[in-house]
Design a protein. Structure first.
Length: 385
């Protein structure tokens, strides 16, 4: 592993719109920076609700600062957040700033430009302007990013569409970096056949059920409707098929109503779960049919568990899944293509095993131990230089 050598205690600042962004994706990087002697400060949007993510980060030794960082640029909170970030930067001697999430990243880069001009990295977890994006996204977010490139020392992209988009925007080639996502940890959980049978029973499943897991927030972008509306035709051909929906969101009630209205069988809404790795152990297929993605961790976790995936032909998803190799890539709203993909996998255990093994090989560069080295190289460029 590459190493960074420092002479004394220094500080780095990480910024995103919500604290949960860091608990979900960046704890290994926080621990690494701490291990080489840096104090890690995290600025994020405060919440009136109990903020368990903030508490978890503080327990990891990070110093958390509440800042007004709204997700939309068109609010007075944006101006307040800009002022607060400028004050924070002038009050502390940070060696590096690493920003995430679009509006928080823009506010922080602008604040840094107006104040200390500290070396700054932006990780784009998926530009909001992408092939097929609504025109409004291009009108708002493209100009903001085009301007902010002048205040960005390194931009990290996690899919190839964004990498080439950044180059076309005029970022210098040396300042645009491609890394293999946020990294996925190797799952060492072991369940024997009896364990799997018992766990299926606790979920209300039969032992011979063929399980599809869909791990995503239930919202318009994650596109659960695409699979739900085709479920009857899938069940007609594969009666033992079961669908697990893991996650909550603002469209949950709508999905529940669709299930009741169409009298759909064997669909289980499990809500938010902390035992996703265990659910993956009893799954046969994982699906994500999003309209927009950066590089979805749920699919990488499925691949690490040797599971074939059915996904849409969307940025980020097509980076991970190759059609007919480690799963199926379906055009958005192609009902027949979706039905055929699931039926082919559900009825053929040997095909699932073959594609699952291919998925496992494909995901190796995305393991956290490898992605961490990619980040260390970038941190070396910023912190040492």
């Amino acid at each position: 592993m590459n190493k960074i050598i420092i002479e004394s205690k220094k500080k780095v600042l990480l910024v995103a719109s919500v604290y949960s962004h860091f608990t979900a994706f960046h704890v290994p990087y926080i621990k690494f920076l701490q291990s080489i002697g840096y104090e890690v400060w995290i600025a994020s949007n405060h919440s009136k609700r109990v903020n368990t993510a903030k508490t978890e980060l503080e327990e990891e030794g990070a110093k958390c600062i509440d800042i007004d960082l709204p997700r939309s640029p068109f609010t007075i909170k944006t101006i307040e957040g800009l002022s607060q970030i400028i004050k924070l930067l002038k009050s502390h001697d940070f060696s590096m700033i690493h920003v995430h999430t679009p509006n928080a990243a823009f506010i922080t880069r602008l604040a840094n430009f107006f104040s200390e001009k500290i070396p700054l990295i932006y990780t784009a977890h998926g530009f909001h302007f992408y092939k097929g994006a609504p025109l409004i996204n291009w009108l708002i977010y493209f100009p903001l990013e085009y301007i902010a490139k002048y205040w960005t020392d390194r931009v990290i992209t996690i899919n190839y569409e964004d990498y080439y988009r950044a180059l076309k925007m005029g970022y210098n080639e040396g300042s645009v970096k491609y890394v293999h996502g946020v990294g996925v940890e190797e799952d060492n959980l072991i369940l024997n056949e009896d364990d799997k049978k018992n766990f299926k029973h606790t979920l209300g499943l039969n032992n011979d059920s063929v399980v599809i897991s869909y791990i995503a927030e239930i919202n318009n972008n994650k596109n659960h409707r695409f699979l739900i509306r085709n479920w009857t035709k899938i069940k007609e051909q594969i009666p033992e098929a079961v669908l697990l929906l893991i996650g909550d969101g603002n469209l949950r009630s709508e999905i529940e109503n669709m299930i009741i209205r169409d009298d759909l069988r064997d669909i289980y809404l499990l809500g938010y779960r902390k035992d996703v790795n265990k659910i993956l152990r009893i799954s046969d297929i994982v699906s994500l049919l999003s309209r927009r993605e950066g590089l979805p961790k749920s699919i990488m976790e499925a691949m690490e568990n040797k599971l074939p995936c059915v996904v849409t032909d969307t940025r980020g998803l097509r980076d991970l899944i190759t059609h007919n190799s480690n799963g199926y890539v379906i055009e958005l709203e192609d009902d027949n293509g979706l039905i055929n993909a699931f039926v082919d996998l559900l009825k053929d255990q040997s095909l699932r095993k073959k594609m699952g093994n291919s998925a496992f090989k494909r995901v190796q560069p995305y393991l956290i131990k490898n992605v961490l080295n990619e980040y260390i190289e970038i941190y070396n460029e910023i912190l040492i230089d």
